[in-house]
Ligand binder design. Structure first.
Ligand code: LER
Ligand code: MN
Length: 280
């Protein structure tokens, strides 16, 4: 069974937070009302939230935390795991380690999208890879202790120049023995980068731990031209039973987007991957 989450951030989060709703109290309340199973928290630092408050909201609204996304660590704090500057890179590792520990408290995963870093001007790709893998090994040391899985998200070429496709991601991670690392495809990025969304999901299915859903234009599923039957058929073939999180633009307004996303996805969630019990 696939569980469905929605991306939210706190009220202070800047425009770089790529979420549907802002403000935890109202977001959790609406997420339950609209039929979501979980919340993906877009955070900058561990200090952004009170763990107790979030846990109590989870109990109140019968929701789980599916994951912590870390795009703001890059976009707001300017930190990344492949920074050639040792001090800045260590700072990125520190901030993300704290988020990995927090994820351990929630029993959820942590994504590495843009916060992994990119190939800087004058830098060689091999150097970026080496720095990123070194930082990742430090994060995995923490992740293994707290039981958090780190998921690396291929992101399209217009946002980053390092790990654009699922194959590149799998290739880079293949030397890592830890079971606490995996791939997190985002169908919006896949639509730009993959030769075939369905085939890539099938080919790398063993390592897919989480998925981001949005339509071809980043609007709610159903408002673009992405083939969700292809996506869910592939997820079904690999026996996917993890989280699918809706990471969409809050357009034309957050409530309308969140409602349209779940309305479009509901039939797929019921038809594929063992069906969906419970809400909605
Ligand atoms: C983050 O999950 C993502 O998909 C990126 O496009 C954000 O820039
Ligand atoms: Mn994404």
């Amino acid at each position: 069974m696939i569980k469905i989450a929605v991306a939210v951030a706190d009220e202070k989060a800047g425009p770089s937070a790529f979420v549907v709703w802002r403000g935890f109290d109202s977001s959790f309340k609406k997420a339950e009302q609209y039929g979501y199973d979980g919340i993906e928290l877009a955070l900058r630092t561990r200090q952004d939230i009170s763990e107790h408050e979030i846990k109590s909201l989870c109990r109140q609204y019968h929701l789980e935390i599916s994951g912590i996304s870390t795009g703001q660590v890059f976009a707001d704090l300017g930190l990344n795991l492949a920074d050639p500057d040792n001090g800045r890179r260590a700072e990125a590792v520190q901030v993300l380690s704290d988020l990995v520990k927090l994820a351990g408290e929630f029993g959820c995963m942590v994504n590495l999208g843009r916060a992994r870093g990119s190939v800087a001007p004058g830098q060689r790709r091999e150097q970026t890879e080496r720095l990123f893998l070194d930082s990742l090994s430090k994060l995995l040391f923490v992740a293994e202790r707290v039981g958090t899985t780190i998921i690396v998200e291929p992101v399209n070429r217009y946002e980053i120049n390092f790990i654009n496709t699922v194959a590149q991601c799998a290739d880079l991670l293949k030397g890592i023995k830890s079971k606490y690392v995996g791939i997190m495809p985002d169908v919006f990025h896949m639509n730009i980068e993959e030769k075939s969304i369905g085939k890539s999901i099938e080919e790398y299915g063993d390592n897919i731990r989480y998925i981001h859903l949005a339509d071809s234009n980043r609007l709610a599923p159903g408002w673009g031209h992405l083939d969700f039957t292809e996506v869910f058929t592939a997820l079904d073939k690999i026996g996917y039973a993890g989280w699918a999180s809706v990471e969409i633009l809050p357009e034309p307004n957050p409530d309308g987007a969140a409602a349209h996303a779940i309305k479009t996805l509901q039939p797929f969630l019921q038809r594929f991957c063992g069906g969906r019990k419970g809400r909605g």
